[in-house]
Design a protein around this ligand. Structure first.
Ligand code: GDP
Ligand code: IMO
Ligand code: MG
Length: 421
């Protein structure tokens, strides 16, 4: 009976969806606490692939109830599209999906605004899902919340105010901006369909905690996309790290029992921003091809590089990690040697602090330790003790550096391919 946070330890796409799906087998509830449809969480069951953007990864388990917390920003079309997809797959969500009254809505204005910022010199390579502008409105206290759907006139008036503000800021330069009525009507037609899902999710989750139910809090993105702890400004506009799980659903920190931090056995990132261990060579291409490193939301190529210990260690501190899930170890199967970044040099000198800004992070040179590869297909293994010695050596080297137990090792995208310790 416990509350577990699942959080990404790198730049997103660590395989959180797969890990949440596995842990959901024993969960009564799964709640998303931040982000929006910028996430893409993939689960593979019997060769069928499911990619979830907003709905928690627990939805694929019939006995699990799913919640979208107040900290999430919700695009109605993305939400409804996902429900339609799940229905078409024969997954019954009736009575199993709730949306917090306090969650903010992503409007068409947010998506236009995201697109407009990404054409300028401050481009950061967003997913163009309107996430930054939606959180900006939330913090500016002009956002529209799910509960506002209960009063159409009030909802329309709030959206109209935001429309006027957007039009005045873009000074007529946004050629894609339709008239207010053209924007409102289709938006309302979709958004009003969210009404049946509205709920006091905080009250529901607090009740589950009181009952001693098993609850998972599913993070989106990753620690280094965190607006506070990430490679600012090349970050998302929320706090993916574990600390925000509490405020993103409304459960206090004393109720959290476990924090599972998910790390890929190497590192990837999509979009712009510093990446010290990035491999812009044949090995980087090989990892991308073998790991199918293309974005689950935008289809963009993911940048690939070696595992970075200083980055992971800091993420472990930020998240208060109790245990690690290591994913995609099989992607390294074919390599003779694997490099592990164990420190950084800046201006030729080893540094004993974490790079302080993106300029320093762009300039650091990784210090590598070489680990022999195992040259064996790991997907055939289901227990730790049977793994090739060199694979065990890689895992235990990571554990020594990270001073945290690696309790789950994923060796294939399929749900059942997981080694538990
Ligand atoms: P998330 O955003 O953290 O949920 O991760 P994504 O779903 O965006 O990206 C992870 C990708 O790796 C997906 O395509 C998964 O199907 C795949 N995947 C997850 N675990 C493994 C693994 O152990 N091995 C391999 N080869 N692929 C995996
Ligand atoms: P999951 O949950 C990887 C990245 C974008 C961009 C930056 C800001 O699947 O791990 P945004 O649209 O959020 O304003 O973009 O964040 N990004 C992700 N990268 N995985 C994700 O989610 C991401 N969500 C956003 O590529 O660099
Ligand atoms: Mg993803």
């Amino acid at each position: 009976m416990s509350v577990t946070i699942v959080v990404g330890g790198q730049w997103g796409d660590e395989g959180k969806g797969k890990i949440v799906d596995i842990l959901s087998a024993d969960a009564d509830g799964v709640a998303r606490y931040q982000g929006g449809a910028n996430a893409g969480h993939t689960i593979l069951i019997d060769k069928k692939q499911y990619v979830l953007h907003l709905i928690p990864s627990g939805i694929l388990r019939n006995a699990t109830t799913c919640y979208i917390g107040n900290g999430v920003v919700v695009d109605p079309d993305a939400f409804l599209g996902e429900i339609e997809f799940l229905n078409s797959e024969g997954i019954d969500i009736e009575g199993r999906l709730f949306l917090s009254n306090n969650a903010h809505l992503v409007t068409p204005l947010h998506i236009l605004s995201d697109k407009a910022s990404e054409t300028g010199s401050n481009k950061i390579g967003t997913t163009l899902r309107g996430i930054g502008p939606a959180y900006t409105d939330k913090i500016s206290r002009i956002g529209i919340r799910a509960i506002d759907l209960l009063n159409e006139a009030d909802f329309k008036s709030k959206l109209h105010n935001n429309y006027e503000l957007f039009a005045s800021r873009s000074a007529g330069s946004n050629s894609e901006l339709p008239s207010f009525d053209k924007l409102f009507e289709p938006y309302w037609a979709s958004a009003s369909k969210l009404i049946p899902y509205l709920s006091d999710v905080t009250a529901q989750l607090q009740e589950m905690v009181r009952n001693g139910d098993n609850l998972l809090l599913e993070g989106a993105q990753g620690t280094y996309l965190d607006v506070d702890h990430g490679t600012y400004p090349y970050v998302t506009s929320s706090n993916p790290s574990a600390g925000s799980a509490c405020s993103g659903v409304g459960i206090g920190p004393t109720k959290i029992d476990r924090v599972v931090t998910v790390f890929k056995a190497y590192t990837t990132r999509v979009g712009l921003g510093p990446f010290p261990t990035e491999l812009e060579d044949e090995i980087g291409n090989l990892i991308r091809e073998t790991g199918v490193e293309f974005g689950a939301t935008t289809g963009r190529k993911r940048r690939c590089g070696w595992f970075d210990i200083p980055l992971a260690n800091r993420a472990i501190g930020i998240n208060g990690t109790s245990d690690i899930a290591l994913t995609k170890l099989d992607v390294l199967d074919g390599l003779e040697e694997i490099m592990l970044c164990v420190g950084y040099k800046l201006n030729g000198e080893k540094i004993d602090y974490f790079p302080r800004n993106v300029e320093e992070m762009d300039s650091v040179v990784p210090i590598y330790e070489t680990i022999p590869g195992w040259k064996t297909e790991l997907k055939h293994f289901s227990s730790y003790s049977e793994l090739p010695e060199n694979a065990k050596n890689y895992i235990s080297t990571l554990e020594d550096y990270l001073e945290s137990p690696i309790k789950m090792i994923s060796v294939d995208p399929q749900r059942e391919k997981i080694i538990l310790r």
